[in-house]
Write a protein that binds this ligand. Structure first.
Ligand code: 6GU
Length: 223
């Protein structure tokens, strides 16, 4: 999969993909992430990319021309399955959306900033609008990083069997059960007996019961 990200803050996206699983996905050749500085696509002096909004009001708006220039330059090289705009008024990201997007070949992401982008970009270029939750971030970059991570780890071959995405919270609409590791006892706090029993059928049943109980208690909306 190839993911291109258009942003006015490319520095914010330097860290997130250079570590751990996202790094491994790229090293294995399963994921390519390219960031593009929107300013490089401005033809105005001072590389301007934002302007005052028509009708008045506080806050700048990302201009049409640099964004269109960036999108069309990239589209001339790559066939994108979706052009995604990261915005707090988009559809809220969930596991099902991440699953669906992980099956795509190439994605183009556009990070919003300031008051947002000129509406004509949304009308004529954007195919999907995604938010990562009901709170406001200063820009779409951290949301794009979250989205790339959620998608990237689902690409076949990125995770090994032990960390298989199939065992994750949400993958079956249940929260994950509690987990324990050594030592078996610490300050008198003991690991549940069933996990030390060696009876895998019993352990599976216990984990499923715990997952169900936890979901009922914390996220009944998922059931
Ligand atoms: Cl995608 N962008 C911004 N600026 N804030 C957000 C968001 C996106 N998702 C949740 N909050």
């Amino acid at each position: 999969m190839r993911i291109d990200i258009i942003t006015v803050q490319p520095g914010l996206l330097e860290g997130p993909f250079s570590h751990s699983i996202m790094k491994r996905a790229q090293t294995k050749g399963l994921l390519e992430v390219h960031t593009h500085n929107l300013r490089d696509y401005s033809t105005l002096k001072h590389k301007q990319v934002d302007d005052y909004q028509f009708g008045g009001g506080a806050g700048m708006v990302m201009m049409l021309e640099p964004v269109v220039n960036a999108i069309e330059t990239l589209q001339a090289k790559v066939q994108y399955d979706e052009v995604i705009y990261l915005t707090p008024d988009g559809e809220t990201l969930n596991q099902q959306m991440a699953n669906q997007l992980s099956l795509k070949g190439n994605l183009l992401m556009l990070c919003g900033h300031y008051k947002g982008i000129d509406e004509r970009i949304r009308t004529h270029f954007v195919t999907k609008e995604i938010s990562i939750g009901d709170y406001v971030l200063s820009g779409g970059e951290l949301a794009a990083a979250v989205l790339v991570d959620a998608i990237g780890r689902l690409i076949p071959g990125v995770l090994n069997d032990e960390t298989s995405a199939l065992l994750d919270s949400f993958q079956d609409n249940l929260l994950a059960p509690p987990v324990y590791t050594r030592p078996e006892e610490f300050r008198g706090w003991k690991v549940p007996d069933v996990l030390m029993s060696g009876d895998h059928k019993k352990i599976d049943n216990w984990r499923h019961d715990q997952a169900l109980e936890r979901t009922k208690a914390r996220r009944p909306d998922l059931l």
